[in-house]
Design a protein around this ligand. Structure first.
Ligand SMILES: Cc1cc2nc3c(=O)[nH]c(=O)nc-3n(C[C@H](O)[C@H](O)[C@H](O)COP(=O)(O)OP(=O)(O)OC[C@H]3O[C@@H](n4cnc5c(N)ncnc54)[C@H](O)[C@@H]3O)c2cc1C
Length: 466
């Protein structure tokens, strides 16, 4: 492959959005090339092998569960299957049993569909049920994709429905955890998407993990005739007269494309541009970052009496969704994910427990190598003891633990600050100030596996039909 390669569309990144966009563009008859810096696909939601165990980098749950044979109004997963011409069976999704939100000693369980959540609210907050049902009614359906609607505070809007602050916090926590790049709040339009994706449609999981999704996308993309180059990083986008004229690769080679779609992130993409300074749009950098400990267990958590698929835990009544200012990691809140507790038809080969906490990105980046390893070990130990208090003492059953920090995320995905949800400044139309450069995925505004795929499809529809 040399300096003369020309494509209709070049896509930066073989994550969920890049792969989905590639498939969709090939359906429009475009000659497409995906350029991926890493040796594996998947981006933020990839997989790896360590200590003899297979791990997913990110997967807790997929959102937007769709009952087999569903015939109702158009919902996101159905749209993905149709637009990518994928058969639903390929994703091998199985739904959750139940999940829960625990704030101190108050607990709300929820399943896919709103009934269980409504009945739990009726038990814990009887005066708030009507407000919750009114909220659910008003949030039905999805907002129009790709529209540039200004940010609206969900915290402010929720007060119009729910009077009890603790319930507002409990309803918000899972949605902030799984989709807000904003500290302490979430855009109300994003809240609507998340409410439907997480509470109304709900959680599911491919029994073999994220590989199933990635392989289905990679296979479909190959069938369309698209080209995918791994170990091929983009080092610079050469810009002249308001357009990207050439794409420089890490090895010095150059490719050209009429249109460029980037899933690298908004800030990251700006900094690839030859017409921008290396520290461009610093004010748009995302700050929210995480640590995660992933434990391999001898016994399933259910045998210890813990049967929730996902637990959103908070020590006190007020949930703090921000980078912890004075600590490496915020142990006051966590997400506890137990893959065994999805309704998998047969038991999983290995038992796992994943625990995520908010982390301060720059504190992790500033540690020296030895200090970094020591702090990581300390984080794992502290996280285990907090989690044992919530989920039961799993510690004697742990056979292997891996962990990641914001540094790991940046190393493997290039996302600045290890900010998984990217910049709080989203480009909802996908368009940039350059006529042939588009942002897809995380910083187009759609988060999570389903959101990223939808984003790729939506921007591909704009570019491909033009
Ligand atoms: C720990 C963790 C847990 C998560 N859990 C869940 C979950 O349970 N459920 C869920 O739905 N979502 C989850 N997510 C979020 C979900 O993974 C992401 O929202 C989604 O995968 C984002 O996809 P994307 O295509 O937008 O971006 P990315 O996955 O970031 O893809 C971008 C790709 O671009 C490549 N790239 C970047 N720069 C360059 C360059 N210069 N040249 C070439 N290639 C480049 C990167 O290597 C990467 O592969 C999780 C994420 C993480 C990290």
């Amino acid at each position: 492959m040399g300096s003369s390669s020309h494509f209709d569309v070049a896509i930066i990144g073989a994550g969920m959005s890049g792969l989905a966009a590639g498939i969709r563009l090939a359906h429009f008859g475009k000659k497409v090339c995906i350029l991926e810096r890493h040796s594996v696909w998947g981006g933020l939601n990839s997989f790896y092998k360590k200590g003899g165990h297979h791990f997913d980098t990110g997967l807790h749950a997929m959102t937007n569960w769709l009952e087999p044979g569903y015939r109702g109004p158009r919902v996101p997963l159905q749209r993905i299957y149709r637009q990518l011409r994928l058969s639903p069976e390929l994703f091998q999704l199985e739904k959750q049993g139940h999940s829960q939100v625990i704030f101190g000693d108050v607990r709300l369980r929820f399943e896919n569909g709103l009934e269980r959540l409504a009945s739990e609210i009726a038990r814990e907050f009887p005066a708030e049920v009507d407000g919750f049902l009114r909220l659910a009614g008003d949030l039905e359906g999805y907002p129009e994709a790709n529209q540039d609607v200004p940010f609206e505070s969900t915290r402010d809007r929720l007060e119009g429905y729910i009077k009890e602050p603790l319930l507002r916090e409990m309803l918000l926590a899972p949605l902030l955890w799984y989709g807000s790049a904003h500290e302490d709040d979430v855009d109300f339009e994003q809240f609507q998407i998340l409410f439907n994706s997480i509470y109304r449609e709900g959680f599911c999981r491919p029994r073999e993990g994220v590989k199933t999704i990635i392989f289905a996308l990679v296979r479909r993309y190959a069938e369309t005739g698209g080209e995918l180059r791994r170990n091929t990083g983009v080092s610079r986008l050469l810009v002249r007269d308001g357009v990207v004229t050439a794409i420089e690769l890490d090895d010095g080679a150059v490719v050209t494309a009429s249109q460029v779609l980037s899933s690298a992130g908004l800030v990251e993409t700006m900094r690839l541009r030859s017409d921008q300074p290396k520290d461009a749009v610093r004010e748009h950098e995302g700050q929210l970052a995480f640590t995660e400990a992933i434990h391999v267990l001898k016994r399933p958590m259910r045998e210890l009496g813990f049967d929730a698929a996902i637990t959103f835990y908070n020590r006190g009544p007020r949930f703090t969704w921000r980078s912890p200012e004075d600590r490496l990691v915020d142990l006051d809140s966590s997400v506890i994910c137990v893959p065994d507790n999805f309704a998998h038809e047969s038991p999983l080969a290995e038992h796992r427990l994943r625990v995520t906490h908010l982390a301060h990105n720059q504190r992790w980046f500033s540690l020296g190598a030895e200090e970094y390893e020591a702090e990581k070990a300390r984080m794992v130990g502290a996280s285990m003891s907090v989690t044992a208090g919530v989920a039961g003492d799993f510690r004697p059953h742990v056979t292997y633990t891996d962990a990641f920090t914001p540094r790991t995320v940046t190393k493997y995905t290039g996302h600045i600050n290890g900010a998984i949800y990217g910049s709080p400044h989203k480009q909802k139309t996908g368009r940039t100030d350059l006529g042939n450069l588009f942002v897809i995925g995380t910083d187009q505004g759609m988060l999570g596996i389903v959101g990223a795929m939808l984003s790729g499809v939506a921007v591909a529809n704009t570019v491909g039909s033009g």
